[in-house]
Design a protein. Structure first.
Lengths: 498, 222
């Protein structure tokens, strides 16, 4: 109960305080204390989930089970890494005069509100509150994306605001329909949108309404995930946002949006045939994966390259969840986690490169290993992981998903049963993405460095998260800690039980 | 009230929902930005009326709160903010349209038919009072969506977004006699903040691009 309170209060209080504090040092201290409290509360809650299965608090407003714990784990780890990274990144921006020091307060305020909204979306029991929180993430991040206030960043921010708000409005219609169907079964006005209530009566809900509701919810939250064809805001936003914000968007926000889809699916599946929802997920996932793979080939901007790789990996995770089965579901979940870590590491490296080379063009970045050895290492580790090269864990999860797809095919209704075409598409496109990525990354890391660039990398706090995430990614190659594995397995069992 | 048979009650609610749809068409046909804002305020007033009617006819108290909030937020605050934004801009009319007015109106007519078609299978289950309102709500959402694509000025896109939100609110009121109060308050908060943020954005776009024509936003591409 206290832990749940801390989980929500930590970012909220820190956000409020950030507006009052003027000195950059104390802003960072507040930030680190808040994220530390958050991680602590999260560990306590994960233990409670282990022993009791789920935690409800505050008159059923908060509901935490293994699945939400996994998402909280991602928010905590990436949030901590970002906070450490911001220590050197934001201070340098202030020192260079890119932003006035007063605006740092605003940055931290928005950052904390963003964090708060994501936590609320993860722990909310009511689908309605979850919707409100996810829309709040859009509102908190739109100014973060446009924080540099250049023309391009304003454009990216506006596009993001409009596309995501519209998408999310469609999801609200889905929530209304869900409420409409549940009200006739439950009859209780205040709790008819609660996941705990819906799960019990889901089988009696009207399938026609649920079908319509799920389609709206999927399109709405899918916009936030960045599934093709609702993805066009994503590369712009990721390439214009400050590096720590891009890391949060790519690592955490997408994951939270996927989580929202999975929650709704858990309810819809009990009344519909799982083939309907699964087929929708897998089909959109496959399209996103295939299209993003080709866009990776075309990129000459490294931040956009990572953005398209996000679309690709989210698509793959969606295929995993859509195909289902123990292998697909676990693979999808594990893929989400690994992608979150690898992608935030990639954006940290990108932030360092951008600060030194002052360009986002891949062609103008050469000889990174001599100029910025640590960032080059980070770029290599995250890049190789994102290519799903063995022994990285992303390879394991990708193989699990492909195996699941190969053995059961795309879920019915949409394709002929037993067709092997989806697997062929998936394999071919992953080779395309692999080649494109490898080519771009290696050309940045090696080669003769431009003469006018300062060589050498000074040690700073910003290197801590790079080492932390790099170590986690390398560690996952060797072994998954027993407690984490157990948590992931509990979460995928939850997704499977219907 | 003996004269208020369920049949008449349904008619009244249907009538005021239909007025919402009508203002939607008026917004699509209107080129002057400030008139669009006025029409949006009018639509929100009809929405508040519908909500109050449903609250009165069903005795669901908390819809009164939502109706009151609609008047404050969508009839008074947001239109004022938008008027302020428009005053700062150098454009008052939507000059170039991707799709002209007659074609837009035809498409909107088709969207209404689609909305009725989609909701047909689920309407028979609805409460008698607000049966057709769900279809009308979906129609308004779709028209808002279409307007967003068809219009280029940032302000018009914002109004279209708010129209969508009105449609959603009508849907929630009609189909389920309102959402749980906590959700409704959250939605109001989100809409208000979204409108304010978009207003600030429009000003910044104006400063940076000398225009709020979103077709100028083309610096980011592959």
């Amino acid at each position: 109960m206290i832990a749940v309170g801390l989980l929500l209060l930590a970012p909220l209080t820190a956000g409020g305080l950030s507006l009052l504090i003027k000195s950059s040092r104390w802003l960072h201290v507040t930030n680190l204390i808040s994220i530390g409290t958050f991680v602590g509360a999260e560990v306590v809650l994960a233990r409670a989930v282990f022993s009791q299965g789920s935690v409800t608090a505050f008159a059923d407003i908060v509901y935490i089970d293994a699945l939400s714990s996994v998402i909280l784990f991602i928010i905590g780890t990436v949030g901590l890494a970002c906070s450490l990274y911001m220590r050197s990144y934001m201070d340098e921006q202030v020192a260079r005069g890119v932003i006035a020091s007063q605006r740092l307060s605003l940055f931290f305020f928005l950052f904390h509100m963003f964090l708060f909204a994501m936590v609320l979306a993860t722990v909310a029991n009511s689908l309605g509150v979850q919707w409100v929180a996810i829309e709040a993430t859009t509102l908190a991040t739109t100014f973060l994306i446009a924080f540099w206030r250049r023309r391009e960043s304003l454009e990216a921010g506006w596009k993001y605001l409009i596309l995501c708000s519209v998408g999310i409005s469609l999801a609200l219609f889905g929530v209304v329909l869900m409420y409409y169907s549940s009200l006739r079964v439950l009859g209780d006005v205040s709790s008819a949108l609660n996941i705990t209530q819906l799960q019990q009566v889901a089988a009696q809900l009207d399938p026609h309404i649920l079908k319509l509701a799920f389609v709206f919810l999927f399109v709405g939250y899918g916009t936030k995930v960045g599934l093709v064809p609702m993805h066009s805001w994503l590369p712009d936003a990721y390439s214009e946002a400050p590096a720590p914000v891009a890391a949060m968007l790519a690592g955490v926000l997408e994951t939270v949006a996927v989580y929202a889809i999975l929650r709704c699916r858990g309810i819809a599946d009990q009344a519909l045939s799982p083939d309907f929802t699964g087929g929708l997920l897998a089909l959109f996932g496959l399209i996103s994966f295939a299209l993003a793979a080709f866009f990776i080939l075309l990129q000459h901007n490294y931040k956009r390259l990572f953005a398209y790789s996000s679309i690709e990996h989210m698509g793959l995770a969606m295929v995993g969840f859509g195909v289902g089965g123990p292998l697909g579901t676990f693979g999808g979940l594990f893929h989400l986690i690994n992608h979150a870590f690898a992608k935030s590491l990639a954006f940290f490296a990108a932030g360092n490169i951008h600060r030194r080379f002052k360009t986002v063009e891949i062609d103008q970045v050469r000889g990174l290993i001599a100029v910025l050895p640590w960032s080059a290492l980070a770029l290599l580790i995250s890049g190789l992981a994102l290519m799903a090269l063995p022994p990285f864990a992303l390879f394991t999860s990708e193989m699990q998903i492909i195996t699941a797809l190969g053995s059961s095919g795309l879920p019915g209704e949409w394709t002929q049963p037993g067709t092997r075409i989806p697997v062929v598409i998936l394999l071919f496109c992953s080779v395309v993405a692999f080649a494109g990525f490898l080519y771009r990354i290696t050309s940045m890391v090696w080669g003769p460095a431009p003469k006018d660039i300062v060589h050498g990398e000074q040690w700073s706090t910003g290197h801590l998260p790079i080492i932390l995430l790099g170590a986690v990614l390398l560690g996952f190659c060797v072994a998954l800690p027993a407690t984490l594995r157990q948590l992931f397995e509990m979460a995928s069992t939850l997704l499977l039980s219907r | 009230m003996s004269w208020l048979t369920p049949h008449i009650a349904t008619q009244i609610v249907d009538f005021s929902s239909a007025m919402l749809l009508l203002t939607c068409f008026a917004i699509v046909a209107q080129r002057r930005l400030s008139a669009c804002v006025d029409l949006f305020a009018l639509q929100s007033l009809f929405l508040a009326m519908t909500a109050a009617l449903v609250a009165f006819l069903t005795g669901t108290r908390h819809i009164y709160i939502a109706a009151g909030l609609t008047v404050v937020v969508k009839v008074i605050v947001i239109p004022r903010v938008l008027k302020g934004v428009i005053e700062r801009l150098n454009v008052t009319r939507e000059l170039v349209m991707k799709i002209n007015v007659p074609a837009s109106l035809l498409i909107c007519g088709a969207l209404v038919m689609i909305a009725f078609f989609i909701t047909q299978p689920i309407i028979p289950f609805g409460h008698l009072l607000t049966r057709d309102s769900l279809a009308i709500a979906l129609a308004i959402v779709l028209i808002g969506f279409f307007t967003m694509i068809a219009r280029q000025k940032a302000v018009t896109q914002l109004i279209a977004f708010l129209v969508m939100e009105n449609g959603l609110f009508l849907g929630a009121t009609a189909a389920t006699y309102g959402m749980p109060l906590i959700v409704e308050l959250g939605v109001f908060f989100d809409v208000l903040v979204a409108a304010l943020i978009a207003g600030i954005y429009t000003n910044r776009l104006q400063d940076a691009f000398d225009s709020v024509d979103t077709t100028h936003l083309t610096e980011l591409k592959e």
